[in-house]
Design a protein around this ligand. Structure first.
Ligand code: PBG
Length: 298
């Protein structure tokens, strides 16, 4: 069987798409995977904060078009970039095992968060990361920092910022984990919804793709991501609201933590749920919906 994989062209997108393709091929040896590289709207506007560009799904729209017009059979996304609602004839058929979901600091001097000098410039365009770090270190100066992982690392080296906040998963996939100077535990920086996980999207009615992708579904990750994404849907999360949700399996329990704040970082409210491990993704989603509704109305 032959399937065409659609991917963005950034170094990170190619690394994770190719690693996923290898993983899928080892699970389904008869599979031949071809790669289709697609440029998305999100890739064309590296210099502006995403929340100013507006619009959801900036990193997936053109990939979805390739699926809809049959140029590709499945698309590999960082599920963090996939909005709550996707095109009706498309589905997230597969969530494979998650990479480390934590954020990290890359600081030029190597100083950890606690030891950064007063007023240090922290590069991040993520409202979630800004809110989390300012809660611990209100003196820090948050500076917008977008672009691919290598661009952001370079801005630290050049001294444009003193420190950048990145996803450890992205660094690991690029073989750059050694650049992290501090891992931020979820207690300090609660990961983004779906961080570290991939989402594989295909046509609802494509039985061949579904059958192949089923071989690499990771049920535990899928359950956690389902709970996290339900928080996003319930708070009607858009890029202007700092929002985080992170679920883990702790023995027989799903432990879901989340926060929501106003766009200016004020009124940060946090919440959590510990429920018996859900039977399926739907039950996990109900838990996330419930927590999201609580945060929204708080
Ligand atoms: N915001 C962009 C983005 N989307 C996905 C990742 C990599 C981490 C992941 O796969 O969740 C990154 C980079 C980052 O946040 O540093």
């Amino acid at each position: 069987m032959r399937l065409v994989l659609a991917t963005r062209r950034s170094a990170l997108a190619l690394a994770q798409s190719r690693a996923f393709a290898e993983h899928l091929k080892s699970a389904v040896p008869s599979l031949v995977i071809e790669e289709l590289q697609v440029v998305t709207s999100g890739d064309k506007t590296q210099d502006r904060p995403l929340q100013d560009i507006g619009g959801k799904g900036l990193f997936i729209k053109e990939l979805e078009e390739a699926l809809l017009d049959g140029r590709a059979d499945f698309a590999v996304h960082s599920i963090k970039d996939v909005p709550a609602e996707i095109a009706p004839s498309l589905t997230l058929a597969c969530i494979p095992a998650r990479e480390d979901p934590r954020d990290v600091l890359v600081s030029r001097t190597g100083a950890p968060l606690k030891a950064l000098p007063e007023g240090a410039r922290v590069g991040t365009s993520s409202l979630r990361r800004a809110v989390a770090l300012l809660a611990v270190r209100p003196d820090l100066q948050i500076t917008p920092l977008r672009g691919n992982v290598d661009t952001r690392l370079r801005k630290v080296e050049e001294g444009v910022v003193d420190v950048a906040v990145l996803a450890l998963a992205g660094l690991k996939r690029l073989g750059l984990a050694a650049r992290a100077t501090e891992i931020l535990e979820p207690e300090v920086s609660l990961p983004a919804i779906g961080q570290g996980a991939l989402g594989i999207e295909c046509r609802v009615d494509d039985a061949r793709a579904h059958e192949a992708l089923a071989a690499v579904v990771h049920p535990e990750t899928a359950t956690c991501v389902s709970a996290e994404r339900a928080v996003m849907a319930a708070v009607e999360g858009n890029c202007r609201m700092p929002v985080a949700a992170h679920a883990v399996r702790a023995g027989g329990v799903l432990w879901l933590r989340a926060f929501l704040a106003e766009p200016d970082g004020s009124r940060m409210r946090t919440g959590e749920r510990r429920v018996p491990w859900p039977q399926d993704a739907l039950e996990a989603a109900r838990c996330g919906e419930d927590l999201g509704a609580e945060l929204r109305s708080a």
